[in-house]
Design a protein around this ligand. Structure first.
Ligand code: GLN
Length: 190
């Protein structure tokens, strides 16, 4: 199993550690040439979506990665990664991969609640200790997508076929079950 972890900006090392602990190989993607065939899945880490989006565009990665996701390449996006995957942002005119039929609000919890923890019920995983950092939430979950977890009535995790996205940071806790869920998705087990 080999995963490509986008390493342009943000919390990518933590994802590498989590997947390594689960026995998967990881390779960092920084340039167009790093995005090659032979990856079983890709990971879009948290960070700053506007910076990541700009770098993806400048590297010529936006279009080929979008096409690969649309062709079925498994992808796991966390926080800024969710923003990059969304078809629509409710408070930002940008669209990046536009692959997931959800409307996402950036920095949705405001400045006071910039960072917080919440114990969630994550569908298919169970209770999960989630860490949120200047997190978005999902305002609308469209046709093909399905909410997997909620906080205060808004979805904070969703799945659409080969696409998994969370508003929170599973890579910042020792609980590896959501990373394991993504590996099971790749194996076709969930
Ligand atoms: N607020 C960031 C953004 O809009 C996302 C925060 C994160 O990834 N921790 O891109």
């Amino acid at each position: 199993m080999k995963l490509g972890i986008f390493a342009l900006q943000g919390a990518f090392i933590e994802h590498e550690k989590a997947f390594s602990a689960l026995g998967a190989d990881t390779a960092e993607i920084r340039r167009r040439a790093h995005f090659s065939d032979g990856l079983d899945g890709i990971v879009l880490p948290g960070g700053e979506s506007t910076v990541q989006g700009k770098l993806l565009r400048e590297e010529g990665l936006l279009q080929p990665v979008k096409e690969a996701i649309e062709a079925g390449l498994p992808v796991f996006g966390t926080c800024a990664g969710l923003i990059l995957l969304a078809k629509e942002l409710s408070n930002d005119p940008n669209v990046y991969f536009g692959a997931m039929d959800v409307t996402v609000r950036r920095n949705a919890y405001g400045r006071q609640l910039g960072s917080f923890r919440a114990a969630l019920a994550f569908d298919g995983v169970g209770e999960y200790p989630a860490v949120f950092i200047r997190a978005p939430y999902i305002e609308r979950v469209g046709g093909g997508a399905k909410a997997l977890a909620q906080v205060n009535g808004y979805a904070v995790a969703a799945r659409q076929g080969n696409i998994l996205a969370t508003a929170f940071h599973p890579e910042l806790t020792d609980d590896l079950r959501i990373h394991g869920y993504f590996l099971d998705m790749i194996r076709g087990k969930v």
